[in-house]
Structure formats: C-alpha cells, structure tokens
Design a protein around this ligand. Sequence first.
Ligand code: PEP
Ligand code: MN
Length: 370
Amino acid sequence: MTTKVHISEEGRFWEPEKFPLIIAGPCSAETEEQVLKTAHMLAKIPSVKAYRAGVWKPRTRPGAFEGLGEKALPWLQKVKQETGLKTAVEVAKPEHVSLALKYDVDILWLGARSVVSPFVVQEIAEALEGSSVTVMVKNPVIPDLNLWVGAIERIYSAGIKNIMAIHRGFHYFEKSPFRNAPMWEIPIELKRLMPQLPIVTDPSHIAGRRDLLQQISQKALDLEMDGLMIESHENPDCALTDAAQQITPESLAKMLGDLVLRQKTGTPDFQSQLEKLRTEIDKLDGELLQILAKRMEITDEIGAYKRDNNITVLQMKRWANILSDRLSIGTHLGLNQSFLEDMLQLIHNESILRQTQILNNKKDGKSSKD
Ligand code: PEP
Ligand code: MN
C-alpha cells in the first residue's frame, strides 16, 4: 500500500523531544462545574497540552447519555481561556463540525464508529474544507488498516494539514483482558506508511479499566507512539459514561510520572554494536528465506508426485505428525508455542495451496494463473 499523505510538523503544539503529547479530560462533558474543575486540575500537569471532552456521544444502544451537544461548547471555550489548554471534541456529522468551529474548538476527532463508514468520513471531510483546525482520526472499530488510512486520506484531501491518528484498539471476538484489543502491529504499520503522522494511543478505550492504563501507556511509548489520550474525570466513579476506565487528575499525574521515557537512538558505541547485531539478523533472514524457498520446491515436487499417482493433497496424519514433532523441537529450542503454531500453520497453508495449484494444472492442462 502507498499513500500521498504528507503531514507537516508546522502545526505541532507540543515539544516531542521533551515529552510525548498528553491529551486528557473526561469521556463526556457533564456539567459546567465538572468540565472546569477537571480542566483546572489537569492544567497543573505540565505535560498535558490538550483537554478532551465528548459532547456528542456515540452510544451503542439508544436511551443512554448521549452528550449535551452545543450547550457544553461554551464551557470548553472557558477551559481554553482559563487554562490555556487546547480543546478537543469528537465530531460525527457536518453540523458537529460547524458548531465545534463556531465555538473555537482547536482539535476535532473522528470516532471509531464513524471511521468504519467512508460516507460519514467523506461528509465530515467536506464540512472541514477551508478550516485550519487539527483533526485526529481514531482507528475504525474493526481491524482494517485500509479504512483507517482511507479516512486519513479523505481528511487530507479536504485540505487539512494538521492530522494525527488515534490508536484506541479493535473489536475482537476472542477472550482478552482488554475492552478493545490493541493489535499493535496495525499502528506500527501505519507508522511505516506515514512516518510523519503522529500517532496518539488511547489506553482508556483499549483497557476499559483503570488498572491496565499504566502498562498500555508504557508499551505505547516503548513502541514509539507519539502521545497518549487518557480519560480523566474529577470524580470518575460517578461519570455518566466510561466510569470504569476514567482516573482522577491526581492518578494521571502519578501515572505519567511513573512512565519510563526511552531514547530512540543511543551512543555511537551502542549504535555500532546494534549495527553488528542487525547485520547478523539480515544474514539469518536471508538464510531463512532460502530454506523456505527450498522447502517449497520440495513441496511442489511432492505435489506433482501425488498428482501423478492420484493421491489427495491434504494428508491429515502427516500434518498432525509434523505439527507435534516441530512443536516439540521448537519449544525445546526456546521458541514460543503459539508463535510456532502460527508459523507452521502459515507454511502448511502455503504448501497446500501450491499443491492444489499443481493438481489443477494437470486437470486444465494449463497454469491456474492464466
Ligand atoms: C471516546 O473517545 O470517548 C470514544 C467514544 O471513543 P471511541 O470512538 O474510540 O469509542
Ligand atoms: Mn469514552
């Protein structure tokens, strides 16, 4: 995948070399008092640069608290005047965009439910045209990197230059301690595709509960994410939305203070040792690939042999034996069982696919690629 999005660093309102960008604030704006009290407490934490508060809340079922809408926007204006923090709200419709801009909100974000719909994203993008606001694009609820990239491209094509991505985790069917599985490989791939795009991790929506926030935040920084967006409420247990994952500004200050910031590069000695180790890895990867190619060649030979003797491709007994034998060798060598299972399954799937193609080649008398 390639992309034409080029984010400039001009609009940065934080100093990445000093501390990652911290955005904090309640899940929802509930009362003027709650909004201002929380903001004043957060403004005392030097790394907090922006204040989030949901005003239009996307709720899964109707009847729950859906946010106060326009009524809460003057409170955010006050936050800005009284604390100097930038303000941020979620927008899900063109009307939200025009209201948020009318009340001078600095940062608008597209929520995870909106980003799954290119129609919704396009409408929001068109409403943003001509504005110089900063826009953050959350990852879509489902783990589809293309949808995330597509939404960023639509916002970029509307002329928005200051764009950030928010990683808030993905819906996942298997049991997991998280509300939304982080699937770190997806934001990492986004970083590879768009190296200048700041990615802010949202540990609150990944965790769904307070006790996991610290470890997720640390992991985000260890993986070179550019910031954190954390839900913070002056009285979290009484919050109208997402109570279990919100923390007080005091707990946030403690949590941020406990984070370990690591360097991206080291001393010349460290770099040269690292280069040596990387050269070894490059060589081993080359050997691994050659061995894999050789293995596939032999698989093809077996495939042709099975075909000529009219034998089925999938041999369950042989596959079961391979799996238990390789798992036993691999785990003895210190390799992780589930990594081995995934890797062997991938190799086996590819072998079956190649052998099925060989079988079809003969039937059609031509290559299955034709
Ligand atoms: C939120 O940030 O409060 C929110 C609703 O997030 P998401 O779109 O990630 O669910
Ligand atoms: Mn929330």
